[in-house]
Design a protein. Sequence first.
Lengths: 138, 167
Amino acid sequence: MTEDNEHPGHSERTISELLSAELAATHMTRPAEQITARATALRRRRATLSAALAVLTLGTLGSTGALLLSSPTPQRIVPVTSATAPASTGQPSATRAPTTAATARSSSATPGSETFQHGPAYLGHQSTATTATTASTS
Amino acid sequence: MNHQKNEGFAEFYAAARDGCLQAVRAAVGDPVQAEELTAEAFARALVHWRKIQHHPAPRAWVVRVALNTHVSWWRKRRREVQWPGGGPEQDRVASAESELDGPALTALRTLPRRQREVVALRVILDLDTYATAEALGISPSTVAVHYSRATAALRTALADPEERMTP
């Protein structure tokens, strides 16, 4: 190496020799049988993991299929129509469009429902609105 | 069945185990952990022996697996709650053994991880720049840079104190 002139005592070759000398006493004490046993355990674990993964995959596919098959009438999405919307009597309409059947049902049956009560005209008219709702539903 | 699968592994293990352990020890520093890592890497080599026996540099493969395992163990341990005394008993024994290292290994331990790995593969396993680059998954020029910096740092660390004082 060209650096030999700079540090004649510690050239690259000397570093290598020093390291090799210091590591010469380092020996692997594990017998080959121990490595074989560990490899067998690793192989077994791999096999178990792949089997578990296969079961999980099949299970996921199976449950999805079962869910699709077991619901012949899936949840309907009911659009807001004139029949379901509150009458335009000067009262504020629902600000949020119902997205599911349950929401649609509640908003159509009770104009004074949660959605309605949060409207801007709610302040100061709570008692009358609630009374009117109760009357109309009953 | 297993005999056919493992054919040739015993010879490979007998011939390569000390060299691989020394390289891993040079890179990792801790002798106890180095042996654990090397044993684990050899076990994984046996699991994939059909492929590994045709590998161009099976020793480098073993050392690389050991070093990667070291990183993943370190990541795992980082998340664990540390013992109040500074670590389990094994750690203390290992560090005590490390303290018995000579000047070259002590100086090597002060280098960054990548530089130690490059020195381990180039010096201990006697791989060339390209084989080292392939084993570590980095470019040959990066290997050259790491190697150059590592040897310069080692030279400085191993130089006599008087020599170091002179500009």
